[in-house]
Design a protein around this ligand. Sequence first.
Ligand SMILES: [Zn+2]
Length: 325
Amino acid sequence: MKISCDIISDLLPLYHDGVCNEASRKLVEEHLAECDTCRAMLAKLNDNRIDNRIIHEREDVVQHHAKAVKRKSLVVGTIIASILMIPVLTTFIVNLATAGALDWFFIVITSLMVFASLTVVPLVVEKNKGIWTLGSFTGSLLLLFLTINIFNSQSWFFIATIPTIFGLSIIFAPYVIKKLPLTGFASRHKGLLTMAVNTILLYATIIVSGLFTDGSAEFWRVSLLITSACILFPWALFLVIRYVRANKLVRAGICVLISGVFVAFVEDIVMWAIYGAWQSIFTSANLFDWEVHMISANVNLLVLLTGVAVGSALVAIGLSRKSKN
Ligand SMILES: [Zn+2]
């Protein structure tokens, strides 16, 4: 009896997996001995099995490697932590023996905590390494500030702490807030939250500086005026980029316009805050006269004109594209 390739192709997967009965196996083998097409089909099934095996083995190797790396990091982290225990123990004993109590020991241990936050923590923590490292670094650094302050009976703790947090926040707040498990309004406006946090920290930095230096009324007026005027610039750009519902060209145009106006007038604003009188630098601008004392006013005028021209052009192009669409 001659069996068709169709029947054999149905049986082949079973034959390949070794689960067909004896009679079928014989049939298939007899057919395979005479048919090149079905032999090729069987070879293909075998290839697939090899491919799968290779994929499995590769996954195993990757998993094994990841586990090995994790184990190694844990070992290295533990070794560093143990080494750090040497100065902790020796300074503990020496401090107790010489002073009869612990005082400068706390500075040693908090310094070592700062070091450990950047070395041990990223090695031993498994999930959210970035957040844990950053958090433990910030925490231990502030603790170090505090212990030095207390040890020396000084009062610069806040003037060191707030600007430090502000500086770290400018760089890391977007990353930290992105990782936070927020819900509702906050989860949809993480950019806004980041801007708000940084704005509050900027004002906190100004306020703590004023308090630390016993700022005069003049200090408060000038610093708060200039800060408030300048913070409007990044806020305006942020709000346009994030919330204006228009195409990219229109938003880019508005941002160029805002930048041109801000850069051109910021000098005037600062002068007004300091001297209390508004005297625009543009009144002395003259693009046909480039003597040294004219350069600043002329550059500001050019920045303004360029910003307005380029910004308006971009907005116009963006709007015309939109209406075409
Ligand atoms: Zn066949």
